[in-house]
Design a protein around this ligand. Structure first.
Ligand code: HEC
Length: 116
C-alpha cells in the first residue's frame, strides 16, 4: 500500500515533465488570440511557427501583407515583429501593439521554439 501511494504521487510529476513546456507569463496576452495546439482563433495557431513561412498556416485568412511577405519566421524576425508588429510588417492586421520588453520577447520566443 505504501509503495502504491508513492508511485501515485510521482505519476503527475513525470507526466508534467514529458508534456509541453509551460508558457511564460507574458504569453498570456498572446493566448487570448493564438492557440498552440493547431486550431485557429482570432489569430492563426502558433504551433510550429518557427521555420514556417509567414502567413501560411492552413485554414487561416491572413491579410495580404502577411500572405505576400515571402519570408519565414526565425527568432530575429519574430523579435522584430513582436517588438513592433506594424513597423515590421506594414499592413498586417494583428490587433496588438507589441511587447516592448526585450526579456519578455525572449521568453515568448523561447517558448514558441518548443512548439513543434
Ligand atoms: C487581439 C488578438 C491578437 C493578439 C493579442 C496577438 N495576436 Fe498575433 N496575430 C493575430 C492576428 C489576427 C494575426 C494575423 C495577422 C494578419 O493576417 O495580418 C496574427 C499573426 C501573428 C503571427 C504570424 C503567424 C503566421 O502564421 O505567420 C505571429 C507569429 C503572432 N501573431 C504572434 C503573436 C504573439 C507572440 C503574441 C503575444 C505577444 C500575439 N501574436 C498577440 C491576433 C493577435
Amino acid at each position: 500500500m505504501r509503495i502504491f501511494l508513492f508511485a501515485a504521487a510521482l505519476l503527475p510529476l513525470s507526466a508534467f515533465a514529458a508534456g509541453p513546456a509551460t508558457p511564460p507569463a507574458a504569453f498570456a496576452q498572446c493566448a487570448a488570440c493564438h492557440s498552440v495546439t493547431g486550431s485557429n482563433g482570432v489569430g492563426p495557431s502558433l504551433k510550429g511557427v518557427i521555420g514556417r513561412k509567414v502567413g501560411s498556416y492552413p485554414g487561416f485568412r491572413y491579410s495580404r501583407a502577411m500572405k505576400t511577405l515571402g519570408k519565414s519566421w526565425d527568432k530575429s524576425l519574430l523579435s522584430a515583429y513582436l517588438a513592433n508588429p506594424q513597423q515590421t510588417i506594414p499592413g498586417n492586421v494583428m490587433p496588438f501593439a507589441g511587447v516592448p520588453d526585450a526579456g519578455q520577447r525572449t521568453a515568448i520566443i523561447a517558448y514558441l521554439a518548443t512548439l513543434k
